[in-house]
Design a protein around this ligand. Structure first.
Ligand code: PEP
Length: 255
């Protein structure tokens, strides 16, 4: 059995006051044990305060990016050790905005994955095709290339990894992949993991869906066998919509 996960990527949003308020509301709503794991990903300057506010609570903390070196002359960068120091357990790696806006390559993403794992963080590796790639029918080829670097990781490292299928055309656009299209890609990803690492690890792998997830579509997505939760952008910025997504996800969990 996989424990589903709902992750909120705040991107470059929420200042101090909003961070405090949102975490306060989420802590109040999800103070007891619930059936899914929840994690939030505030911006770097608010991680320490977030960690303090989440101490002893149900919600876990993650960062949106990291650098692969542990320290040194890398002006403006943040290392895995620093993220651990301020209380992060997760880190997003290879988000499509990092790949497309900041031109991160699969090689750099693999270095980041290795650095995160080495520091004991759980990386959430994002993969997904653009609209042009989908229209050409090359989405499996694209995602296979993005997954390729994982074959350099050990089975133990793979157990600490979370995957997120995020079709680029669905991120922040209001267009969600149909549950069937998302399930097909999740099943493809799980088969790829099975081929590389065997049944045990592929059965354990948490694969999140990301791309315009809302309270209205979380249930139909999570009803699919290979969709284990969601990486949520826009709808995670509001306590009511994020909580409704978490509640929707809990309802899909079989006892
Ligand atoms: C994301 O940023 O990972 C994302 C899925 O954003 P949104 O939910 O806003 O589409």
């Amino acid at each position: 059995m996989r424990t589903p996960m709902i992750a909120g990527n705040w991107k470059m949003n929420n200042g101090f006051a909003e961070t405090r308020e949102l975490i306060g509301e989420l802590n109040r709503k999800f103070s007891c044990k619930i059936k899914v794991s929840i994690a939030i990903f505030p911006s770097f300057p608010y991680l320490y305060e977030s960690s303090r506010l989440l101490d002893g609570k149900a919600i876990r903390l993650g960062a949106q990016n990291l650098h692969w070196e542990t320290k040194g002359a890398f002006t403006g960068e943040v290392s895995s050790m620093m993220l651990r120091d301020v209380g992060c357990e997760y880190v997003i790696v290879g988000h499509s905005e990092r790949r497309h806006i900041f031109k991160e390559s699969d090689e750099q993403i693999l270095l980041k994955l290795k650095a995160a794992l080495q520091a004991g963080l759980h990386p959430i590796l994002c993969v997904g095709e653009t609209l042009a790639e989908r229209e050409k029918g090359s989405m499996e080829q694209v995602v296979r290339a993005q997954l390729k670097g994982l074959s350099e990781l050990t089975p133990e490292e793979i157990t600490n990894l979370v995957l997120a299928y995020e079709p680029v055309w669905a991120i922040g656009t209001g267009k969600t992949a149909s549950p069937e299209a998302a399930q097909n890609m999740h099943a493809f990803i799980r088969r790829w993991i099975r081929k590389q690492f065997g049944n045990y690890l592929s059965d354990k792998m948490i694969i999140l869906y990301g791309g315009s997830v809302k309270p209205e579509n979380i249930r139909e997505l999570m009803d699919r066998p290979d969709i284990d939760g969601a990486l949520v952008g826009g709808a995670s910025l509001n306590a009511d919509s994020f909580s409704a997504i978490i509640q929707g996800a809990c309802e899909t969990v079989k006892e």
